[in-house]
Design a protein around this ligand. Sequence first.
Ligand SMILES: Cc1cc2nc3c(=O)[nH]c(=O)nc-3n(C[C@H](O)[C@H](O)[C@H](O)COP(=O)(O)OP(=O)(O)OC[C@H]3O[C@@H](n4cnc5c(N)ncnc54)[C@H](O)[C@@H]3O)c2cc1C
Length: 385
Amino acid sequence: MKIYDYLIIGAGSAGCNIAHFLKRNKNKIAVIDREGIAGGASGAAGAFLSPLPGKKNLYNSFVNDALNFSLDFYEKLVPNEIEKKGVLRVPSTNFNNIKLQNNYMKYEYFDTKKLQNISKNFKDIDGYFYENAAVLEPLKICKKLLDGCDFYQKDISKLIFKDGVYEVGKLRAKNIILAQGVNTSLINIPYIKISPIFGLRVDVKTTTKIPFNIHKSISISTNKNDGTLSIGATQQRHDAADMKCETTCDKCTFYINTDEAQIKTLLDQANELIELENLEVIKVYKGARATIKSYFPTIGKVINDEASLKKYPTIKNGTKIPLESLIYYKNLYVINALGSRGFVFAPYLAKILCENIINNIHIPKELSTQKLFFKMARSKKITII
Ligand SMILES: Cc1cc2nc3c(=O)[nH]c(=O)nc-3n(C[C@H](O)[C@H](O)[C@H](O)COP(=O)(O)OP(=O)(O)OC[C@H]3O[C@@H](n4cnc5c(N)ncnc54)[C@H](O)[C@@H]3O)c2cc1C
């Protein structure tokens, strides 16, 4: 029987990128997804790649480092599938003029006159132009990333670890990587508390030429190769307590009949930025972003929290334990919580996780599973039995 080196559960941006990076290291890889390739949040994504402006801090430095890496990566991987024409950020409540001007990144200010010289369809807006921005076609990217990997469309409900090998249905693998997005994890990982943010995006046809991506509270893409453009996305926090995410948003009762209102919101907001002539909505996509409170995504080995706390109960009082002394599930890794920037983060995270798995290179603290575990352990709510 064929034993894979790595079996990845989830064929979204996270799973496909880690598959690609591990494959480059000559590993035998299988990827599994019950919905097909990019059947979850990844298929719904815009997928806009935009910088995060503002004064320099840990988070926007991470976002912009990831963006630079990923733009370069996609340009080499799929030179014909990436539209890198920059983005115009229009001031909004979250990003007002002051925030956009107090910026550690290079930008060019476009006043209304300049914009209307570029296209008469621009409304009475102004904004800040950043060169380093693009838009992608998510399904094509995910498929390309899986070149050379085996793909199986299956719903996995159980992981069994026996004699040093994982049994997943009829498949066998030495290592597992969980890349499940908002879906209920196959292992209980209480320190990674995923909270889903639902969203909807539309692809439209229009005779208006859009010179670059435009972003205010929603984004409008430049015209793509096939003449369509994307407008996205709405955001609706999914606060239903303990509701398990077992299906895609398309089939989820929580979201039934919300489409029309959400499409209208998107088109109205787009229309405040630029007039889209002869507009026709051609496809609607729905998905849920996986987020955690810290905003940073998380990657690394999966810690067995109960066993670790039993062995080192003083962790909860703040005792420092060397990371290698914690107890981990055997050969089990996670890449998740990519939030609203899954296509910006995934190649960068996959590179870091791959280097950690293969060469034991350190994962930055803010991205590590250990940081989330220690945080949960030291919070007052936990009791050790
Ligand atoms: C509307 C919308 C717009 C967005 N726009 C952008 C954007 O413009 N730019 C950007 O960078 N990001 C954007 N995002 C965010 C981005 O899509 C996500 O961050 C990213 O796709 C997450 O990738 P993932 O692989 O972690 O999750 P997913 O793509 O959700 O993949 C997880 C997969 O795991 C599978 N799975 C889970 N459990 C099992 C199981 N037990 N058995 C089999 N399969 C399983 C699921 O079917 C799913 O396909 C957007 C998201 C949404 C929803």
